[in-house]
Write a protein that binds this ligand. Structure first.
Ligand code: DGL
Length: 266
């Protein structure tokens, strides 16, 4: 992971849609001066149902766009791409690359629990990435992965409060609870949008949003490498591959996207 860009270059974030905003929100809270680029690949959402080849193709286009924009760092604000393609892409581009799963697993492995649940997309769960990364630091922790096929769509459509969708979420949660986890990681960046609904059934303290630790990890790494922004322009540019209006309105719960995102497809 290297960069030839300077400390006042932007940090770029990407995800399949609004999920990465749960990470941007936490990064913004501790790095208010940074310039930010955000790409939401809404046309290809959900990433969790895509093949590795498809994820490599989408990410390559996005990474090359970020290179052209001179990003100093790229935040994989997406558990799915971090789990499935990070190892293939980590040395290919001219910026520092931060994958969420690999960046937070050490901290998760240090939690004082014996049984840890992970809610994530199908691709993340089937990759076994969380289990492998956590086992590097704590082979004794029992990690239960479960995918929730409908959750990303529910978040993107902002339809988590319909009776049908609440029942879907409740049923998925009950299935996980049969493993008796002491904590459950929201291992898809879309899922923190569902904390309000989930906490109707179990206390909110049951859930871990890894974005908090991820943001601290990014800040520390930028600091150590002399890459923190030294001016305070804090400009933000948002791009999506379809439906900018829906992105802007569904985003509201986690982030105020002031201007309509620009439409950009590859
Ligand atoms: N939010 C992403 C993740 O963290 C991708 C969700 C999807 O599009 O399936 O995995």
């Amino acid at each position: 992971m290297t960069t030839s860009n300077n400390n006042n270059s932007p940090i770029a974030f990407f995800d399949s849609g609004i999920g990465g905003l749960t990470v941007l929100n936490k990064v913004r809270a501790i790095l208010p001066n940074e310039k930010v680029l955000y790409y939401g690949d809404t046309l290809h959402m959900p990433y969790g149902e895509k093949t590795k080849e498809e994820l490599l193709e989408y990410s390559d286009n996005i990474f090359r766009f970020f290179e052209e924009k001179g990003a100093k760092a790229v935040v994989m604000a997406c558990n799915t791409t971090s789990s499935v393609i990070y190892e293939d892409v980590k040395d290919k581009y001219n910026f520092k690359l931060y994958p969420i799963v690999q960046s937070v697993s050490k901290i998760l492995a240090g939690l004082n629990v014996e049984k840890l649940g992970i809610f994530a997309t199908r691709a993340t769960i089937e990759s076994g990435a969380y289990q492998k990364e956590i086992a590097k630091y704590n082979p004794n922790m029992q990690v239960f992965g479960q995918y929730c096929s409908n959750w990303v769509h529910i978040v993107e459509e902002n339809s988590m409060n319909s009776d049908t969708n609440r029942t879907i979420i409740k049923n998925d949660l009950e299935k996980m609870l049969r493993n008796c986890p002491e904590k459950i990681v929201l291992g898809c960046t879309h899922y923190p949008f569902l904390t309000g609904v989930l906490s109707k059934f179990v206390p909110a303290s049951m859930f871990i949003d890894p974005a908090v630790d991820f943001a601290n990890f990014i800040k520390t790494d930028l600091e150590v490498n002399g890459l923190l922004c030294s001016d305070n322009t804090a400009v933000e540019e948002f791009y999506v591959s379809s439906n900018p209006e829906l992105f802007q309105s569904s985003a509201k719960m986690f982030y105020e996207v002031k201007d309509l995102p620009q439409l950009l497809t590859f």
